[in-house]
Design a protein around this ligand. Structure first.
Ligand SMILES: Nc1ncnc2c1ncn2[C@@H]1O[C@H](COP(=O)(O)OP(=O)(O)OP(=O)(O)O)[C@@H](O)[C@H]1O
Length: 285
């Protein structure tokens, strides 16, 4: 379980209040999404969605298929921009910031290793992600080659340390495209460790991961939360994982937040049950 203190419970919204500001956001909120709307053509995928992520928490984002969870993660990461609403991160309005600017502020999203990195080794994939590499800047190469060397050595050292932590040292020189799905998830987590992450967005980390690797992934998420003070926002359909790791849990349905509370309260909430039941009925038809 996340070691940080559990702060608040927000009771389910009455249906006629859905989409209204969910609650008073607090100073310890690292991320605040307020009244976010996103339309794809005539379809409103996110409908006045408001929730916050407390600094130091592992916040779960759950909800039936199509609820708008991944779209919200895309909006928070900056891959999509809302039609209306505001996103605040670390006290600043980031609604219009580009994804790379968010990344440099420590808002990091994990992603499947893209094709262009699949042919690189696991070690190289880690080294590539380190922020503020002097070698990135042409002027550094011209004027201070020594500094580039030191940076690269430091990044390499950090990459090996990360591999050691993830127990992936034995596959350091494997091509990233050839490792197992579970190992890729660990590598994604490792890539966040090469950055100065503050808020890590994890989209379905458990998907395609076997039980043993899943427990390892969970304990590493807990470790990074506890020891490196990472805050996580985690989308997951595996409710056991959500129960073990997350507090609070935000449940979305039809583009809005239905409830934000501890796992037990969310699980037993009749509106949540109804939302998931609707999904089951749709699948059965
Ligand atoms: N690029 C797009 N164009 C049109 N509709 C989209 C697009 N992306 C998502 N949608 C729709 O928006 C709604 C929300 O999708 P989203 O992927 O955010 O849901 P989700 O809660 O993450 O679902 P799942 O748990 O199945 O991944 C869905 O109805 C989806 O079909």
């Amino acid at each position: 379980m996340n070691a940080s203190p559990r702060a608040r419970t927000v009771l389910p919204l009455a249906p006629d209040r859905q989409g209204a500001g969910l609650h008073e956001h607090q100073n310890d909120d690292l991320l605040v999404c307020r009244d976010i709307v996103l339309e794809f053509g005539a379809f409103r995928a996110v409908n006045s969605c408001s929730f916050s992520v407390r600094r130091g928490s592992i916040t779960g984002l759950v909800g039936p298929n199509g609820a708008g969870k991944s779209t919200m993660i895309n909006l928070i990461a900056g891959a999509l921009h809302p039609s209306s609403g505001k996103i605040h991160y670390a006290g600043e309005d980031i609604t219009d910031l580009a994804p790379n600017e968010r990344f440099h502020r420590g808002l990091v999203r994990t992603f499947q290793i893209p094709h262009e990195f699949a042919h690189l080794s696991v070690l190289e994939n880690l080294m590539l992600v380190a922020p503020h590499q002097a070698g990135e800047q042409m002027w550094s190469n011209w004027f201070s080659p020594g500094r580039v060397r030191i940076d690269e050595d430091e990044i390499r050292r950090r990459a090996w340390a990360t591999l050691g932590f993830l127990e992936l040292t034995h596959i350091a020189h494997e091509r990233a495209g050839r490792i197992s799905g579970g190992q890729k998830k660990l590598l994604e987590l490792g890539r966040t460790m090469m950055t100065d992450a503050q808020l890590v967005l994890l989209d379905e980390p458990a998907a395609g991961v076997n039980r043993t690797l899943l427990r390892k992934l969970e304990s590493q998420i807990e470790y990074l939360n506890r020891e490196r003070n990472y805050t996580f926002l985690l989308i997951e359909h595996d409710m056991e994982m959500i129960e073990r790791l997350c507090d609070p849990v935000v449940c979305m349905t039809e583009g809005s937040v239905l409830i934000e509370a501890d796992f037990k309260t969310v699980r037993s909430d009749p509106h949540v049950l109804e939302a998931y039941l609707g999904e089951t009925k749709d699948a059965a038809q």
